[in-house]
Design a protein around this ligand. Structure first.
Ligand code: SAM
Ligand code: SF4
Length: 314
């Protein structure tokens, strides 16, 4: 399906839970918030139904996310169910990796194509502080367990805070077949309180410490806005997802389903449609499809994060 600006929408991010086993400082408050009751969250059957209708509208790729998707029981089963929908080419996952080791076998057997593991620092103490209590060893075990599956694409996503972390994380791509992607801090949620490192700054830092960088020019990699570099002697690539300094809304191919079943068409705006309400009031597939199309008709042409990475105000 195309939106009103002619963008082809074929990718849906599906949040399966608002819960998480970490509390990354730029993502969640440390305290003073409550999670949704279980009955407010879409069931797997409801998620599958929305995805089936999504396929009729041109969705071919689904990314499971959260919160932390792997804290919800049965995610490998959900992967299998979604992968089994005719027309779905790829089911992928974004995780902090903490629970990955124990689920990876079933995830891969059920058809997971790719996993993004979010790790912002390899330093044990900094990781503990930044995630408010996380154990980097567990995240790295998760990453290593994923690397044992040669057909599974493994990427590490990092929201960088300091020079040392950028270099040590980039070096993960030297010997291992991992693409390491640096994500600019976005002024959404708790991220408004933090200063990010821009792509330009990162290129400067990495360019000084790593071998020669050259923009990757082969077949497009992945489903999103990441642009990649080859580094001499590295097995994996280095990528940048720079929503603020290199706005990529013109190529946006995605919609987002929240864990409560609200369909959002842009991560910055609250606008969208409540699909759970339609489903739970007995709406037909045709009604659901019409509501998805209504949401899509209002997809904004882009976010307005502003041109810089300076602290944003509400
Ligand atoms: N818990 C999983 C994880 O950490 O990968 C999935 C959900 S998490 C919200 C998905 C990604 O969003 C993570 O890579 C995280 O670093 C990133 N993220 C969260 N808040 C952000 C912000 N304000 N700016 C940029 N990236 C952010
Ligand atoms: Fe949890 Fe992921 Fe947010 Fe960190 S970034 S608090 S792991 S949802």
């Amino acid at each position: 399906m195309n939106d009103q600006y002619g963008r082809r929408i074929d990718y849906m991010r599906v949040s399966v839970t608002d819960r998480c086993n970490l509390r990354c400082v730029y993502c969640m408050p440390g305290e003073g918030f409550s999670f949704l009751p279980h009955e407010d969250i879409l069931s797997f059957e409801e998620i599958e139904r929305v995805c089936r209708i999504g396929v009729r509208l041109g969705i071919t790729k689904i990314k499971l996310t959260g919160g932390e998707p792997l804290v919800r029981r049965g995610i490998p089963d959900l992967v299998g169910k979604l992968k089994g929908i005719p027309g779905i080419d790829e089911v992928t996952l974004t995780t902090n990796g903490i629970l990955l080791k124990e689920q990876i076998n079933e995830l891969v057997s059920n058809g997971l194509a790719s996993v993004n593991i979010s790790i912002d620092t390899l330093d044990e103490r900094r990781y503990f502080r930044m995630t408010r209590g996380g154990d980097i060893k567990k995240a790295l075990e998760g990453m290593e367990s994923a690397l044992k599956y040669p057909d599974l694409k493994v990427k590490v996503n990092c929201v960088p805070f300091c020079e040392e972390d950028c270099i040590s994380l980039a070096l993960l791509a030297k010997k291992r077949k991992i693409d390491v992607r640096f994500i600019e801090m976005m002024p959404i949620g708790m991220g408004k309180e933090f200063h990010g490192v821009s792509e330009e700054e990162l290129l400067g830092i990495l360019g000084e410490k790593l071998p020669r960088f050259s923009p990757y020019v082969g077949e497009p990699l992945g489903n999103g806005p990441c642009h990649y570099y080859d580094v001499d002697g590295f097995s994996g690539k280095i990528g940048f997802i720079s929503a603020v300094s290199h706005k990529f809304c013109g190529e946006c191919n995605r919609i987002r389903l929240t864990s409560q079943g609200f369909l959002k068409t842009c991560l910055q705006y609250a606008a969208g449609r409540d699909l759970r309400g339609v489903i739970r009031s007995g709406g037909s597939d045709e009604e659901l499809k019409a509501v998805i199309l209504e949401a899509l008709a209002e997809k904004p042409d882009g976010h307005v994060f502003g041109g810089g990475l300076e602290k944003q105000k509400d």
